[in-house]
Design a protein around this ligand. Structure first.
Ligand code: ARG
Length: 313
């Protein structure tokens, strides 16, 4: 009996540690909308051809500000990290960058800005081809994710056929004829992902790190000022969770028929992201190309609770 008791206490510590690990692996809840209202409205106004969006539908969307002006869009990866496009930050000093989150109207007063501590551009960013158009922003203090903010999920899945229901958001140009007029209200538009082979026919300068998306009749697209924002989709098998598949990067005009918008293909950079974030001591975990780790950890929690129950009995 005494021996059993000793073993019991010996087991208690590793079990508690495992329990802690299992819990923290579940802590990265991502890609959940805070409200679901993806109805199509008829007052077509903007991103180009989109509609006003509620931040609760896209709680990962942030604005990146430079000296108080909106520079680009971005997305929340975690409380510390924001993802955006490299071309937004041409020779820029990180200390002047700030982000706003939890807002769909950035013109409203009392907006709380969050300072950027470090800007990490992709070392192989090509400012001519816009290849490797990706950047990470490390914040000075962590985001308060309870205030209308949620991280977006990312996944290793690289086959575009796995995705459906794709949307892009931004405060960019809403009317191609008035290029200087940006929207102060966040806009959303639904686009289709196209096969890379087809994209290269109409956009010959496409690299394998890019993907293209648009609509058959044109008229719906991201535009100037939307750069850095997220293109998000659902997995065909799971429509409750949102993943970032692309980053708004470039296009030839906006919303032109047979000229889809071009996005950085996020799945090609997940290893780079996890390396950079780990280097800064604030590691970011993406979802691997199998649901196993999550399923396992959920079962692991149940199992460990059971073990703890037996042990404390
Ligand atoms: N480069 C633009 C920006 O800096 C984004 C252009 C996106 N264009 C498009 N047609 N999808 O805001």
């Amino acid at each position: 009996m005494r021996r059993w008791k000793g073993r019991r206490t010996g087991l208690l510590l590793p079990s508690a540690l495992l329990l802690f690990w299992a819990h923290s692996s579940l802590a990265w809840i991502c890609g959940q909308q805070l409200s679901a209202s993806f109805q199509q409205q008829n007052n077509v106004s903007a991103i180009v051809g989109g509609n006003p969006a509620d931040i609760l539908e896209f709680p990962w969307h942030v604005g990146i500000m430079h000296h108080g002006n909106l520079l680009c869009g971005g997305s929340i990866l975690s409380e510390w990290w924001v993802l955006s496009a490299s071309h937004c930050f041409d020779q820029m000093n990180d200390s002047n960058l700030e982000i706003i989150h939890g807002r769909d109207d950035f013109s409203t007063k009392n907006v709380k800005y969050q300072k950027v501590d470090k800007l990490i551009l992709h070392p192989k960013f090509d400012d001519w081809l816009l290849d490797n158009d990706i950047a990470l922003l490390l914040l000075k203090s962590p985001l308060n994710l309870s205030i209308n903010g949620t991280p977006i999920c990312t996944s290793e899945v690289s086959d575009l056929r796995a995705w459906k229901n794709c949307w892009v958001t931004g405060w960019g140009v809403t009317n191609i004829s008035k290029v200087n007029i940006q929207s102060t209200k966040l806009q959303k538009v639904q686009v289709d992902l196209y096969r890379w082979d087809w994209c290269t026919i109409v956009l010959p300068l496409l690299t394998k790190n890019m993907l293209c998306a648009g609509t058959q009749d044109g008229g719906k697209d991201a535009c100037q000022g939307d750069s850095g924002g997220a293109l998000v989709c659902n997995k065909k098998r799971n429509i409750a969770t949102w993943y970032q598949v692309g980053i708004v990067s470039w296009g030839m005009g906006c919303g032109k028929k047979n000229l889809p918008g071009v996005y950085t293909k996020v799945s090609r950079y997940l290893k780079w992201i996890s390396k950079q974030t780990a280097k800064e001591g604030k590691p970011y975990m993406y979802e691997q190309d199998s649901a196993c780790p999550l399923v396992l950890s959920r079962w692991a929690i149940l199992f460990l609770y059971f073990v703890m129950f037996l042990l404390s009995w």
